[in-house]
Write a protein that binds this ligand. Sequence first.
Ligand SMILES: C[S@@+](CC[C@H](N)C(=O)[O-])C[C@H]1O[C@@H](n2cnc3c(N)ncnc32)[C@H](O)[C@@H]1O
Length: 463
Amino acid sequence: MEQEYVQNAESELSIKEQLRLFAFDIDAPATPRLIERVSKELSTKERLGILLDGELNFHGENSRYASHDLHAFAAKFPPQLPRAFIRGLTKPNDIILDPMMGSGTTIVESHIEGRIGIGLDIDPLALQLSTVKITPLDIERLQKAGAYVVDRAAKILEFEDEVIEKYLDSQMDESTKEFINYWFLPSTQKELTSLYRAIQEVKDSTIKRFLELTFSSIIITKSGGVTRARDLAHSRPHLDKLKNPKNAIEQFAYKLRRNISSISELNRTHFISNTIGGDAKYMPIASESVDLIVTSPPYANAIDYMRAHKFFLVWSGNKVKDLAELRSKYIGSEKVGTLQPQYLGDHSEKIIQLLADRDKKKAMILRKYLGEMKSVISEMHRVLRKDSAAIIVIGTSTMRDLDIETHLCLADIAQIVGFELVRISKRILDRNKRMMPARFGKKKESIIEQRIHEEYVIGLIKN
Ligand SMILES: C[S@@+](CC[C@H](N)C(=O)[O-])C[C@H]1O[C@@H](n2cnc3c(N)ncnc32)[C@H](O)[C@@H]1O
């Protein structure tokens, strides 16, 4: 009876209101009939316009459901953001791409909504994190393996001191050891080595991957976890000599319980999403095969993901110098080689010129960033099907006190490579949720300070 009432009330809503309702309200998923009606009566461009006019702040909404909260990640967007576009612009089994997936928010939402999510990222932690987040597991087996690891790690720590020392010595080169000695107390190093070794004894590779990620989640946290760093969300971690990190094995056991409960929320019947380690400038994806892109690239003066992520990656066998090499390949990295001359749009050219008057090197870095983004956006255009949308979420950056207005640069570039710009909407960041680098909050009362708590949602169509 109540269901009937709801259906009748809904059918009295206009088709635009119904689209708004099922895109923005988690408790109002659309029926296949409604999805069909919406796509018949409204063009992709009209639907995109309606969604971009909606409330995109999502403050106070729960963003910790399903596997979203397994691990900290700087500048991830709220799941409600990709969800609105996924629901409003696609149907079940459509292909949704995030070429710079970060912690995988878009592909987790694609998975939950019964679409096929494809994610790409150059960062090894982002790849592992996103893969774990879309892989449902047998919870009983996971619990058993987790209990084994906690128990075994405690035994290694108690009885195999020599083995630990040897392991640390043989697995790490000099500069990696130096890094570890600086950031981790000797006692924590032993606890972490015991844990990591115990995890390697687990045979099932998907469970092992999950446990490794849980291991990472006790290191990379807003408060710096079991490291001596004060904060790993900041772009430059600071050593806190007075910090007395908690016992790593106890932290792991605690985080494991929470993470198992998160992953058990993931639907086990639908598993067709995919993650790829790679560069968004050269996507290994067929032309005209994707139905929707929702992505957020690094900022112009990029958040240095590797600076924090190496705190975990050194434990999984990576050398500090190899990680530094990889870091230079990230979009927005400050390593500038020879730049191909290319036109980046009127706004970009003007802002690069203004910046060059203040700082030539920074202007080169900005030109490189925008050039790389042009390659990524060209690739986005290539892989999208005709009449499909791309959503780019980007904050603005200041360089030498100049407001770069990156959204205007990227919107120009998108039009140069062939997209139609539908609209740019603004959203206000929830300060409590989005992990941003510290320097973003320095100038308390300035206009710049206000602007950095905003970000822009650029809506594009491939015609
Ligand atoms: C702002 S984050 C994305 C956050 C994501 N929307 C989320 O909710 O977690 C940007 C991502 O771009 C990735 N990235 C940087 N350079 C890249 C490249 N050349 N190819 C692919 N991904 C890259 C970074 O590793 C980072 O994970």
